[in-house]
Design a protein around this ligand. Structure first.
Ligand code: GAR
Length: 210
């Protein structure tokens, strides 16, 4: 079984979707630890509910990004994970950290990257008059919400949408595409090459994702 470590800062609904997919066997892996930079993150409770180890690595206790990321990397590495998943982990990571986990470090972002990196993506899509919006799962590099995109899902933007209604529509998609990409990584079917991202083999209905 592949070992998955998930980093969070908040609610953890994507974490929950991934845990659920491991427990139903859709993902051939286990979430072995959940790490948060905030002790108040509800996702820590979600992890405890499933008897998953939790750690708080509080960024306010470190005086540099480098020292914080070094401690974060140590905490992660003790689990020797195959996959490191950022699921609403709201911190910019140093190049050293990203290098250490290249090829096994992924993030989900609530926009159709490269559009709307950073915060308030739903309101920005509405303000721009976009008719479609969505979410992206990508390999992480040292740029904020940067790195090669693996999979995206699109949703329509309706005229009466608020940031909340649009976020809700995007979340439904996040909870489908993130477990799917984690599944591919656990099966070692994704390859990050200098010329792009490759998925080996066709998706078959009997694999649960027709
Ligand atoms: C998700 O919408 C995710 O795309 C976003 O944070 C939310 C976390 O929700 N991530 C980013 O904005 C990263 N730049 P969750 O805690 O319920 O999974």
């Amino acid at each position: 079984m592949a070992k998955i470590v998930v980093l969070i800062s908040g609610n953890g609904s994507n974490l929950q979707a991934i845990i659920d997919s491991t427990e139903t066997g859709k993902i051939a892996g286990d979430v072995v630890a959940v790490i948060s930079n905030k002790s108040s993150a509800f996702g820590l409770q979600r992890a405890s509910n499933h008897n998953i180890a939790t750690h708080i690595v509080d960024h306010t206790q470190y005086d540099s990004r480098e020292s914080y990321d070094a401690e974060l990397a140590n905490t992660i590495e003790q689990y020797k994970p195959d996959v490191v998943v950022l699921a609403g982990f709201m911190r910019i990571l140093t190049a050293g950290f990203v290098d250490q986990f290249t090829g096994r470090l992924i993030n989900i972002h609530p926009s159709l990257l490269p559009k709307y990196q950073g915060l308030n993506t739903h309101q920005r899509a509405i303000d721009a008059g976009d008719t479609e919006h969505g979410c992206s799962v990508h390999y992480v590099n040292e740029q904020l919400d940067g790195g090669p995109v693996i999979l995206q899902a699109k949703v329509p933007v309706f005229e009466d949408d608020t940031a909340d209604t649009l976020a809700e529509r995007v979340h439904v998609q996040e909870h489908m595409i993130y477990p799917l990409v984690v599944k591919w990584l656990c099966e070692k079917r994704l390859r990050l090459q200098s010329d792009g991202v490759y998925l080996d083999d066709l998706l078959l209905p009997e694999q649960g994702y027709a």
